[in-house]
Design a protein around this ligand. Structure first.
Ligand SMILES: [Zn+2]
Length: 146
């Protein structure tokens, strides 16, 4: 999908806030802090996501020191994919690409059709696989028939 960089409308911002909640972001405030929770990951993890998915939202921010292992103000682009965000920073000093995964570090577990039904979740049967995060409750499903 072709997209352009624009400010969100009030309604889109409300949808974004809902999305943040859904992926387990517990803190998202001014542009000088990194959204929480976050965990440092290898940059290849971000590129694996980018290979398959397009981000739903992107943003740029300049974040005050937030971790002892990288004690600088850090400019970062954030790519918000359907189940996590990735904050990316290129360090000109070390030529290193630094990446942080944002939101819940999901622990996905497949649930049965019966379990899905009892939780009010859609489950279409044999070829449908529904996974739910045991930490934050994020749900995703796949069709294995095709
Ligand atoms: Zn989760």
């Amino acid at each position: 999908m072709l997209t352009k960089t624009i400010e969100l409308t009030k309604e889109e911002r409300a949808n974004f806030d809902e999305y943040l909640k859904k992926i387990g972001v517990t803190r998202y405030d001014d542009s000088r802090t990194i959204p929480e929770p976050w965990v440092k990951v290898d940059a290849t993890q971000f590129f694996e996501w980018l290979q398959t998915y397009s981000p739903q939202y992107t943003e740029f921010r300049s974040v005050k020191r937030f971790t002892d292992d990288y004690p600088y103000t850090t400019s970062m682009h954030i790519y918000w994919f359907y189940k996590n965000g990735y904050a990316v920073h290129f360090d000109y000093r070390t030529r290193e690409l630094l990446t942080w995964k944002l939101g819940c570090d999901h622990k996905m577990k497949e649930i049965t059709q019966k379990e899905a039904k009892s939780q009010g979740l859609s489950h279409w049967g044999m070829h449908c696989h529904v996974y739910k995060c045991t930490v934050c409750g994020f749900v995703e499903s796949f069709d294995s028939s095709g």
